[in-house]
Design a binder for this molecule. Structure first.
Ligand code: URA
Length: 215
């Protein structure tokens, strides 16, 4: 738990921390980086889905009839913020294969510096779904705040939105929790700070470039 807000969860499982250290390393190549982002996302999804409701059903084992617990069918949506968020989707879908995937693309207007949505395609019933917004890096928080705002505008309920990042800067956590104090944020690490170029320190560099080999 991080002390900015009781809703910020630092998932510091040894498997996650080990894999995170490998992707931080500048010598880790694109394929390993992509695979590890997917694996870490799957581990994080395990924590993110911890409070999903269960229902009791009756089943028959080879031995006898018994009551057993199953997910009660709450619908989920995974919403990657383009482009780096795409790298987290498959890992989460491994755990929750029935989730629908929506996409949000945001850029910052160079003149107004305000976030502008350039692409948004969401499941039609987002107001009925628990939404997991994913982006590997929570830097200034600008994109996350904008993505959450766009989801709320389209009928999502803030109590049903969770933000999942691999690495966060304190500045990003502050920006999101100041704007949306009720949102739950899951991160694998909270790093020191942002540098003058908006990169997280120590971070892992540009997550999108490292995922897609564009650098
Ligand atoms: N986005 C990234 O990909 N890396 C950072 O360090 C900050 C924002």
């Amino acid at each position: 738990m991080y002390d900015y807000c009781k809703n910020v969860h630092v998932v510091d499982h040894p498997m996650i921390q080990h894999k995170l250290s490998i992707i931080r390393d500048k010598n880790t190549g694109t394929k390993d980086f992509k695979d590890l982002v997917e694996e870490i996302s799957m581990f994080m999804a395990y924590e993110v889905t911890r409070d999903l409701p269960l229902e009791e059903i009756e089943i028959e084992t080879p031995i006898c009839k018994t009551k057993a617990k199953m997910l009660s069918g709450k619908k989920l949506g995974v919403i990657p913020i383009l482009r780096a968020g795409l790298g987290m989707v498959n890992g989460i879908l491994k755990l929750v294969p029935a989730a629908k995937v929506g996409h949000i693309g945001i850029y910052r207007d160079p003149e107004t510096l305000k976030p502008v949505e350039y692409y948004c395609k969401l499941p039609t019933d987002i107001n009925e779904r628990e939404l997991i917004v994913v982006d590997p890096m929570l830097a200034t928080g600008g994109s996350a705040v904008a993505a959450i705002y766009f989801l709320l505008q389209r009928g999502a309920d803030i109590r049903n939105i969770k933000l999942v990042n691999l690495i966060a800067a304190p500045e990003g956590i502050k920006a999101v929790t100041e704007k949306y104090p009720e949102i739950e944020i899951f991160v694998a690490a909270v790093d020191e700070r942002l540098n003058e170029h908006g990169y997280i320190v120590p971070g892992l560099g540009d997550a999108g470039d490292r995922l897609f080999g564009t650098k």
